[in-house]
Design a protein around this ligand. Structure first.
Ligand code: HEC
Ligand code: HEC
Length: 444
């Protein structure tokens, strides 16, 4: 970040200088860990005795540009991460060739997107083949915990499911997850480990792969292992969790939110309004952006409307039951009470996505927020075909959450959010867009 930015926080520095008398306030803040494991040590040095006494000796002198929270930088990709990036963009890995991971997780859309499909679910490598769900952003994945059960709130008596990758926690690591798109006949349509190993041997990055993972190209199993590890290294790299949004700069006290964005933030947090942060967790007063990932990774049954544009949904018996269909046996989640639950997605970069929710039923962010506002008070708006929660078989509709804010109101009551609140929340959500995607947002 440009050094001029440092001056933005001069006011803060002045406050710190005053606090220096007691010497504690600033240091405490400066020692807060920064994302990616580092500690904000830069500040330990400059604020040492030398600069402090220099300041004290010249009362009234302009404070030097010492930044209590050093400028945030994202380190470049390592050699391993670069190999993973090459694999991620390799369109020869599909059958027929032409579809890479990046086709459905496009960099210009914060690594979400549906490979040109407009129905809400992603298009695969073959014509008329579609993935089952809307492709989520694959940014900020390094923070997703493995699938597990735990108490959500201290006063809960039963444990809730958390974590795992995908809308229904199908895998615990990227390396494990990658096999799904690679071999799914409706996604990349890969045939076998041996076939993919052959493609990796012929790839322009083959030498790099073998250098980073010795023996990688020797057997199909070692090749698949290296492919998984490299993809994991790339997707969990600092580049993929940049924390460069306006909201992050707001947490770092580098910028102010506009009045509309502030109103949105407060409606997002207010229990009587959105209460969004209960599931889309954030801490307004923490200077650590990585404590605001906008999800607790818990699962919830939100009861989104059926997406009738999905070709497979022409079959009225075709349903996506989410968590209860997960097949992993180590920590099972097959209890029917989990049918209809999906993992709470992070809302970072949500504004650059084209489709929302696991079934991609919404194409406008404002509609998603409006859905939360009136799902319970005016269900007719969202379920025009009669039955509420129509994307679930009747026997599971009772699983849908009708007790939590903001959807615990009754039909006909006043919605928790009015139109102005909805606009404000959308404006706030737009502040969650990372630096490289801000222009994509502006072009929308
Ligand atoms: C044809 C489109 C398509 C392609 C190609 C594709 N994905 Fe995905 N991806 C999806 C969809 C759809 C989901 C959601 C799957 C689910 O919930 O079951 C997803 C989810 C993911 C997730 C989980 C994200 C999260 O938030 O938990 C990861 C990781 C991922 N993909 C990685 C990859 C990698 C690596 C590749 C290339 C090997 C790839 N994807 C190729 C469509 C695709
Ligand atoms: C009780 C938990 C809970 C609360 C409260 C909640 N959400 Fe969500 N949110 C979810 C879940 C679960 C999903 C995914 C649902 C699905 O796809 O079936 C989701 C999805 C979303 C999405 C779509 C993201 C994407 O990538 O597709 C947006 C946007 C969103 N929520 C915004 C909000 C806002 C704004 C509020 C407050 C008005 C809110 N949420 C309150 C659980 C919650």
């Amino acid at each position: 970040m440009a050094s001029s930015k440092r001056w933005l926080s001069l006011g803060r520095v002045t406050v710190c200088v005053v606090l220096l008398v007691s010497a504690l306030g600033c240091r405490k803040q400066a020692r807060e860990p920064v994302p990616d494991g580092g500690v904000a040590s830069a500040f330990d040095r400059p604020l040492g005795s030398q600069s402090a006494s220099a300041l004290a000796a010249r009362p009234g002198a302009a404070a030097p540009p010492i930044d209590p929270i050093p400028p945030h930088t994202v380190p470049p990709l390592t050699a391993r991460e670069k190999v993973g990036q090459s694999i991620f963009f390799d369109a020869t890995l599909s059958n027929p060739p032409g579809t890479s991971c990046s086709s459905c997780h496009e960099p210009g859309m914060a690594f979400s997107g549906n490979n040109g499909s407009l129905s809400g679910v992603a298009r695969g490598s073959r014509p008329a083949h579609f993935a089952r769900r809307n492709a989520p952003s694959v940014m900020y994945l390094k923070y997703v915990p493995p699938f597990h059960f735990a108490l959500e709130d201290d006063d809960d008596t039963a444990e809730s499911p958390f974590g795992g990758l995908g809308w229904s926690g199908r895998a615990d690591t990227v390396a494990e997850f990658a096999r799904h798109p690679l071999f799914d006949a409706d996604e990349m349509n890969g045939k076998s480990d041996a076939e993919l190993a052959g493609k990796l041997r012929a790839a322009p990055y083959a030498a790099d792969l073998a250098r980073e993972y010795p023996g990688a190209l020797e057997t199909p199993a070692s090749a698949m292992n290296a492919l998984g590890e490299a993809l994991q290294a790339f997707l969990t790299s600092a580049t993929m969790s940049p924390f460069t949004s306006k909201f992050d700069d707001f947490l770092r006290h580098k910028v102010e939110l506009s009045p509309l964005e502030k109103k949105g933030l407060s409606a997002f947090e207010n229990r009587a309004k959105g209460a969004c942060n209960h599931c889309h967790l954030m801490y307004e007063h923490s200077t650590r952006p990585d404590s605001s990932l906008f999800t607790t990774y818990v699962y919830d049954a939100v009861g989104v409307p059926r997406n009738r544009a999905i070709v497979a949904n022409a079959d009225p018996k075709r349903y996506d039951l989410g968590l209860c269909e997960r097949t992993q046996k180590t920590v099972p989640s097959s209890d029917p009470k989990w049918c209809g639950s999906f993992r709470v997605p992070s809302l970072r970069n949500v504004a650059v996505r084209q489709r929302f929710m696991h079934n991609g039923v919404f194409s406008k962010l404002r509609d998603v927020v409006a859905f939360y506002a009136t799902r319970s008070t005016s269900p007719d708006l969202w379920y025009p075909h009669g039955a509420k929660f129509d994307d679930l078989p009747g026997r599971y509709r009772g699983n849908v959450n009708t007790l939590s804010f903001p959807y615990n109101r009754h039909e006909g009551e006043r919605p928790p959010l009015d139109d102005a609140d909805i606009d404000a929340i959308v404006a706030f959500l737009e502040t969650l867009t990372d630096e490289p995607y801000r222009s994509a947002l502006a072009a929308k």
